[in-house]
Write a protein that binds this ligand. Structure first.
Ligand code: BZD
Length: 816
């Protein structure tokens, strides 16, 4: 852009901001106030995107192309404003415009609340994939729920997690475009009624239902400087009129209001459990609400194109099920095709199987979703009938292929019989889909070899892998501007669209001048983080120490406790004066525990208690510091990750499906200490084993130890440092006011068999941490390793992942 043009666009942006402050917000533009000018800027940026968005949606219709529907009960997009600004390529313009008003863009950005519409990795992955679909111009949409309350707001009080409400829509969000004219009726409860159609065939209809409306709310997801804007459509529950009237007519005003409120509860709150799904009625209601609304929208679009037959439905529509949360879709599409459209069962089933594909995100048995037959039968009576019919035909077929194999029928059935009758949603998703994928090579292998082995035998080729990816726009360009600029100065900026270009950095790994610039950027990021921590917690940390980070949901399989045992071990060594290769470290922990997961909440308390002891002990000085940052969210991750030296990816092998935090750290030049789990394995493969700190039992070892013979007590007895650390925890060293407070943690390790094999991996972990310290003492070596990590992360772009889905699963091509 030439200078006068740029001046012109800054001036017109300034005019727009002031116009929005005055005319959209109804506020006096003078004096310029941060909160108002923030909103004025949001609306001005939004205006500039809306045209591109309309154009993109129009182009889908014009090209009559197959579209992808990415169905996810969760999205974690992070803040939008900077993402939109950079997508439009107007960062400099925005900086200048707000500067002219005496404001600072970075400060304005902090005004934005994080939309916490997800729990963790699964929701964040969905948002990375939306970004890549837009950037790669894959025609499609994201579909989900607009929760009024996102994931709870975490505070730490006296070391304990407290949960507060995250009422993120309290002040209307400028990004949510309510579409009052896209409303669909959603039915629940009632009964399925048989009737005879005019040709004398037995048919079914769903009657005597209760209903609620789903209103479309749209959020734009722009591609990076390509004029393509994808739509994320989130449904909000709105009470139906009849529902209220019925009460009004009886003169029951309060009843009318109450029923309105109750029906709108469907989209009120995100369930904060990231693994164990609990059979709560409202959760199933949310699932069906969003599925039924989405399918009405899909069919509306399909019909708009005037197709004469449903046979071509799968040529127009690909539906990706993000885990089993939307798996009731399969029964819903069958209901629509058989009951409403009068297709034969066989035709409908073929269409279903050609339409759906399913991504599995976990192998933890407690995380596999089931719903009681009783609940589905009550809430979705017709769907239960359909599920039974799918199962009957399926088991019939299996029985014919494998006569006499009752064991096989039991293991494959959609209905589990052991714990009351339960519908296994993963089984429904597998048989109703053409493709099932895991999210990293090891995870996909485990799905085939263990969890769904019988299904894999039955349907060879149905199971595949798509290793997760992350968007380089948010996780490098936006989160780490200093490193992005340095990278750009030597290899240009093509990596933003094609991350494989980062490999050109490898040539500079040993270049002393480049190394120095690399170190300066990292030092600057660490200083910024230290300032943030001081502001947030009032705790001073030293940017010259090794920044060691363990940030993710708190869960026993992620083994924060292993890290804590290492911290206590180092602490004891410092106190006793034996510090071989100790490098001063700052440990960062952040993450939320599910409110009902007491053990995870106790782990948070322990981390804080250990932090208090360590940070307050004069013998430790600057050698060791432990901070727990409350309310981990996308924006916090964006501040932490660019400042990390060491990334803790230490889950029990075989338990973390992929991980994506691991990718974000390595992309930003942190080194990983990790197990052979999830995507760690593939990260290590590409960055090279010399540039990765590996420890721990393999997945096969874990399987073997779980099959018998593992004795954690024997390990405890034979390792003096470990014994000391555990004894300190169990006898109240870190909780003098309540000495037995942390007993449940030690009991899980010693008395209850240490399911996550913390003790089994302790010695190797501590030894590998010593190697970390030793390497850190050699800045040239460390910096080389760091550069090589970044340089080799090309594979982990979500653009690569999305193109694999598009080519191999969805069979859609990018728009030109
Ligand atoms: O999905 C996570 C896995 O644990 C990670 O290993 C993986 O990288 C990511 C993305 O594939 N799973 C989740 O985050 N799961 C949930 O958040 C969740 C939410 C509700 C109910 C069940 C699970």
């Amino acid at each position: 852009m030439t200078a006068p043009e740029s001046n012109q666009s800054v001036e017109s942006l300034k005019d727009d901001i002031q116009r929005h402050v005055a005319l959209t917000l109804g506020s006096d533009p003078f004096p310029p106030r941060k909160e108002r000018y923030y909103l004025g800027l949001c609306y001005s940026v939004r205006d500039r995107l809306l045209g591109q968005w309309l154009e993109t949606q129009r182009s889908y219709y014009d090209s009559i192309t197959k579209r992808v529907y990415y169905m996810s009960l969760e999205f974690l997009p992070g803040r939008f404003l900077m993402n939109y600004i950079q997508a439009l390529g107007m960062e400099e313009e925005c900086r200048e415009a707000v500067r002219d008003f005496g404001l600072d863009l970075d400060e304005l950005l902090e005004e934005e609340w994080n939309p916490g519409l997800g729990n963790g990795g699964l929701g964040r992955l969905a948002s990375c994939y939306m970004d890549s679909m837009a950037t790669c111009k894959i025609p499609g949409y994201g579909y989900g729920i607009l929760y009024d309350y996102g994931i709870f707001y975490q505070t730490i009080v006296n070391g304990y997690q407290h949960e507060g409400c995250d009422n993120w829509l309290r002040q209307d969000s400028p990004w949510v475009l309510r579409r009052g004219h896209f409303m669909f009726l959603i039915n629940f409860y009632g009964r399925s009624e048989a009737y005879e159609d005019s040709a004398g065939h037995e048919r079914f209809r769903w009657v005597d239902t209760e209903s609620v409306m789903a209103m479309a709310c749209d959020i734009m997801v722009p591609g990076h400087q390509n004029g393509h804007v994808t739509n994320m459509r989130l449904w909000k529950a709105i009470s139906t009129r009849d529902f209220e009237l019925e009460h009004f007519n009886r003169g029951d005003y309060i009843g009318a209001v109450q029923s309105k409120v109750e029906s709108e509860n469907i989209s009120k709150v995100l369930y904060p459990n990231d693994t164990s799904p609990r059979g709560k009625e409202l959760r199933l209601r949310q699932q069906y609400f969003f599925v039924a609304a989405t399918f009405q929208d899909i069919l509306r679009r399909f019909r708009k194109n005037n197709y004469s037959s449903f046979d071509c439905f799968p040529d127009q529509v690909a539906v990706q099920l993000n885990d089993t949360h939307p798996a009731i879709s399969i029964a819903e599409l069958m209901r629509i095709l058989v009951d409403d459209e009068a297709l034969t069962w066989e035709t409908a089933w073929t269409i279903c199987q050609k339409t759906f594909s399913y991504t599995n995100h976990t192998v933890l048995p407690e995380a596999l979703e089931t719903w009681s037959v009783e609940l589905i039968g009550r809430m979705l009576p017709r769907h239960l009938q359909i599920i039974f019919e799918i199962n009957r035909r399926f088991l019939d077929d299996v029985g014919k292929r494998f006569p006499g194999r009752v064991d096989l029928l039991r293991s494959l059935s959609l209905i589990a019989e052991d714990d009351g009758k339960q519908v296994r949603m993963a089984h429904l998703a597998i048989i109703g889909s053409h493709t099932v994928n895991g999210v990293a090579e090891l995870h996909s292998k485990i799905l085939k070899a263990r969890l769904f082995k019988d299904f894999d035998n039955l349907y060879p080729g149905k199971f595949t892998n798509v290793t997760n990816g992350i968007t380089p726009r948010r996780w490098l360009m936006q989160a780490n501007p200093a490193l992005s600029e340095l990278i750009g100065s030597v290899i240009g900026n093509e990596w933003i669209h094609d991350l494989s270009h980062l490999s050109e950095l490898a040539a500079y790994a040993d270049d002393p001048e480049f190394q120095q610039r690399w170190q300066e950027v990292r030092k600057r990021n660490k200083k910024l983080l230290a300032r943030y921590v001081l502001r947030k917690l009032g705790v001073g940390i030293n940017p010259a120490t090794l920044f060691d980070m363990h940030i993710k949901r708190i869960h026993e399989y992620k083994r924060q406790i292993l890290n804590v045992l290492h911290v206590i071990t180092i602490y004891n060594r410092i106190r006793s004066g034996s510090v071989a290769h100790h490098v001063p470290r700052t440990l960062f922990f952040a993450g939320k525990a599910a409110p009902g997961y007491l053990q995870a909440k106790l782990i948070i308390k322990l981390i804080n208690a250990v932090g208090q002891a360590v940070n307050g002990d004069p013998a430790v000085g600057n050698e060791l510091r432990v901070v727990f940052l409350p309310n981990y969210c996308v924006s916090q991750a964006e501040k932490l990750i660019p400042a990390a030296d060491l990334s803790e990816q230490i889950s029990t092998a075989g338990m973390e499906a992929s991980g994506t935090g691991n990718m974000k750290f390595a992309l930003n030049g942190a080194l990983t200490i990790g197990t052979l789990d999830g995507a760690n394995i593939e990260i290590r493969e590409v960055v090279g084993e010399d540039n990765f700190f590996l420890f721990g039992h393999t997945e096969e070892d874990v399987h073997r130890l779980h099959s018998g013979g593992y004795d954690p007590v024997q390990i405890y007895e034979s390792n003096i440092e470990l014994k000391k650390a555990l004894d300190m925890i169990s006898t109240g060293f870190f909780s003098p006011e309540a000495p037995s407070l942390f007993r449940p943690i030690v009991d899980s390790l010693l008395a209850h068999g240490d399911y996550y094999l913390v003790l089994a991996d302790y010695a190797k972990y501590v030894a590998e941490q010593a190697r970390v310290s030793k390497c850190y003492e050699d800045p040239a070596l460390w910096t080389r390793m760091s550069i090589l990590n970044t340089a080799n992360m090309g594979k982990f772009s979500s653009d690569r992942a999305i193109m694999e889905y598009a080519r191999n699963i969805w069979k859609v091509s990018p728009l030109t």
